[in-house]
Design a protein around this ligand. Structure first.
Ligand code: UD1
Length: 394
């Protein structure tokens, strides 16, 4: 490799023209893509030698659970990432922890995307953003039932501001974080993207449906010039990055199953309540399609690549992101007990209002078109979730 052909950059992604020339013997941190190598020359400088310009991607909610794992996958794939987060459900140290994994600094602006003026100013200052992955949203189903305005207000207004910001700057590619919740209880399983969207069971679910419609209507309108979007319908993301530097960080009592399991085993909660053991399933507990969060993160990179390379067939494309296998709550508990050797304190409790009985994905469309497949099995997912929980103790 002839390094003089490549563009050296500093930690901040600035061209490092006036820096001392590259010396052989610098430590190779990782190879981000076939055309890039990242070299740690001193404590303060990181040179990137790349024969193409990095594409700058905005990750909203990048400090959150799925956002932080996706930021890692994007950086490792050679994208430059700038994050916007209001830190309402995340902690500042996530930024540093992403750096610990990738060795690449990440830009963060802390503000609320519901602030239209601030969002407009952000896009004006970053006209070189080529793609947006929008995660920033509230996601607790129960809270959305108790306080619907919090959900409609936050999840929809922030999206509107982002679409307007993108319109004004020419950044034309959006990846939207949607959910299998749009299918409700599907009549056929596994559920494919062709299945009808059903009336949402919660205001949270409704915000995902409305968001999908808002994006689709906007992109098909005359007012919109050349924008394209991919709507990713996630099944149940769990687990954490193998390094255990990042993972799910629920503030307060977790709503979701896996953090509740790991916190119970770690002694932070007394007992897991299994919501419902009278469902029509093999053991009476509800079935979901659990997917490792890094598998999910890699799917975002694939979806973004496809859109940025103009390989998409429609201006709005939809993909299910799941493994294709459903596991019951008891299957998950047993897998956890197996990989950790720790018996879990749980008890059966009444069904949780709004829960569907069973849902798992038909992921063939994503497998084929995105050339992506979830790789990690349930035991690997539980192992990484536990490793993460243990790392929080230190
Ligand atoms: C829900 C949403 C999903 C959303 C996700 C994000 C629906 C139908 N699903 O997923 O769209 O993206 O939250 O937060 O709205 N369980 C217990 N005990 C617990 C916690 C959960 O038994 O303490 C059970 C649930 O009843 C369910 C399964 O575990 O059967 C998974 O629950 P959870 O992790 O909360 O995810 P979903 O409800 O599937």
């Amino acid at each position: 490799m002839i390094f003089s052909d490549f563009l050296p950059r500093t930690l901040n992604g600035e061209a490092a023209e006036n820096q001392p020339p590259f010396r052989d013997g610098a430590k190779l941190i990782f190879s981000g893509c076939e055309k890039c190598v990242f070299l740690d020359r001193t404590q303060t400088l990181l040179y990137t030698f790349c024969n193409r310009k990095f594409m700058k991607i905005l990750v909203t909610g990048g400090m959150g659970y799925i956002g932080s794992h996706t930021a890692v996958a994007l950086q490792e794939h050679g994208y430059e990432v700038v994050m916007v987060d209001n830190l309402s459900n995340s902690r500042r140290e996530v930024q540093e922890n992403i750096f610990r994994i990738t060795g690449k600094a990440i830009a963060l602006e802390v503000f609320d995307l519901c602030n239209a003026d601030r969002t407009r100013a952000f896009f004006s200052a970053h006209k070189d953003i080529e793609g947006v992955i929008h995660f920033a949203a509230h996601k607790a189903v129960g809270e959305s039932v108790a306080n619907p305005m919090k959900y409609y207000g936050n999840n929809l207004i922030s999206l509107m501001n982002i679409l307007r910001g993108m319109d004004n700057t020419g950044s034309s590619t959006l990846v939207f974080s949607s959910s299998c919740t749009v299918y409700g209880q599907p009549e056929e399983l596994p559920v494919s993207e062709e299945a009808p969207v059903q009336k949402a069971l919660s205001p949270y679910g409704n915000t995902k449906q409305i968001s999908e419609e808002m994006i689709t209507d906007h992109i098909h309108s005359e007012a919109c010039d050349g924008m394209r979007a991919v709507l990713l319908r996630y099944f149940n993301p769990i687990g954490a990055h193998d390094s255990a530097h990042i993972g799910e960080l629920p503030l307060g009592v977790p709503d979701n199953l896996v953090p509740y399991i790991t916190q119970t085993a770690a002694g932070k909660r007394d007992q897991l309540k299994v919501f419902g053991n009278d469902y029509n399933t093999h053991d009476g507990t509800a079935i979901r399609d659990y997917i490792h969060v890094m598998d999910l993160a890699h799917a975002h990179v694939k979806a973004l690549d496809r859109m940025l390379q103009g390989k998409h067939k429609d201006p709005v494309e939809i993909f299910n992101l799941g493994t294709g296998t459903g596991y019951s709550v008891m299957d998950v508990i047993k897998a956890f007990e197996k990989v950790t050797g720790k018996p879990l304190n749980y008890a059966f409790a009444p069904r949780r209002p709004g829960d569907v009985e069973k849902v798992w994905a038909n992921p063939e469309k994503a497998n084929k078109i995105l050339q992506w497949k979830a790789k990690q099995n349930l035991e690997q997912m539980m192992r990484s979730a536990w490793k993460w929980e243990m790392s929080l103790k230190k």
